[in-house]
Ligand binder design. Sequence first.
Ligand SMILES: NC(=O)c1ccc[n+]([C@@H]2O[C@H](COP(=O)([O-])OP(=O)(O)OC[C@H]3O[C@@H](n4cnc5c(N)ncnc54)[C@H](O)[C@@H]3O)[C@@H](O)[C@H]2O)c1
Length: 313
Amino acid sequence: MNKTILILGACGQIGTELTLALRQKYGASNIIASDIREGTENLTASGPFELLDATNYEAVEDVVMHYEVDEIYLMAAMLSATAEKFPARAWNLNMNSLFNVLNLAKEKKIEKVFWPSSIAVFGPTTPKQHTPQHSIMEPSTVYGISKQAGERWCAYYHQKYGVDVRSVRYPGLISWKTLPGGGTTDYAVDIYHKALSKGSYSCFLKEDTRLPMMYMEDAIRATLELMATDPGNLTVRSSYNLAAMSFTPAEIAQSIRERLPEFTISYAPDFRQVIADSWPESIDDSRAKKDWGWEPEYDLRKTTLEMLDGLGK
Ligand SMILES: NC(=O)c1ccc[n+]([C@@H]2O[C@H](COP(=O)([O-])OP(=O)(O)OC[C@H]3O[C@@H](n4cnc5c(N)ncnc54)[C@H](O)[C@@H]3O)[C@@H](O)[C@H]2O)c1
C-alpha cells in the first residue's frame, strides 16, 4: 500500500536526493516536497511541491490535512557553521520545527517521523575513537546543543506518547548533485569541485583533522532502511550512531591525486577548526548494524571516483 510522505526542507543537500529516492520508491505523486525556497528543477518538476515554513505549525498542519500525509521527514535545519553565527535563529528553527512535527504525530495526524541528528551531539569530553552509541555528550556548538536536545525530545515523545520517531546521527555527507548547506564538513564536497575547476584547494581545516564521513547514497539508503524496518527491531529512539569512513583533509587530497596527479592542497584553518576539534574521529555504529542491518557501501576511494565522475559530467 502506498503512503503519502511530506518532506520539510526538501531543497537542501540531503532533502533533494531523499525526495527523488522516495519518489522512485513510492511513486512521485505520493511524495510532497516542501521548503521555504524553490529547489532545483528536477525536484520541483518531478512531483508535488509546496512553499512551506516548517516553524509554522498551522501551515504544516494544513498541508498534512490537504494531502492526507502519513509520514514526515524533517530535513529543515540550520547547520553547524551557520548556527554559530545566528544562535537564536538556529535554536528557533531546529527546535520549533521538531516540536511541530512531534506534536502532529502525538495528535495522531501523522503516523511516523524521520528526524536527523548528527555527530555534533558529541563534544570535547566524548571518547574520540570509535565513539559508542551511549557516551558522554557535552556538545560545545549551538547546532550540537540543538541536536542533543532534539534527541531527548524524540525519546521522550516515543516513551510518553508512543510517537514512532526514528533518527540517525549522520556524519559529514558527501554528494555531487546538490551543494552542502553551511556545515563543518562542507570542505569534503568543495574540494572535489575545486580539484576539477582549479586543480587546487585551500582547506579551512588542518591537514590531520580526522572526521567521520559518508557518501550520500549510503546516507539515503540508511534513511530508507531505518524507516522501513519493523518498529520491534528498534532499541534506540533517540538517534542511531551511523558510520561509513573517517579521513583527514590530507587523505582526501591523496585520494584525489590518484585520479588527478597535479592536484594541490593548502591549509588555512578558520573558526570551523574549533568545531571540528570538538567532534569524534570515528563512530561505533554496531547498534544500527544489529538492530536494522545497516551496512555502508562507500569507502573514500569509491567516493572519490563517484564524485569526480559525477561532477565531471
Ligand atoms: N549535510 C550533512 O552533512 C549533515 C550531517 C549531519 C546532519 N545533517 C542534518 O540533516 C538535515 C538536512 O541537512 P542538509 O545538509 O540537507 O541541510 P541544508 O542546509 O542543505 O538544507 C536545509 C533546507 O532547509 C530549508 N529550510 C530552512 N529553514 C526552513 C524553514 N523554516 N522551513 C522549511 N525549510 C527550511 C533550507 O531552505 C534548505 O533547503 C538537517 O537536520 C541537518 O542538521 C546534515
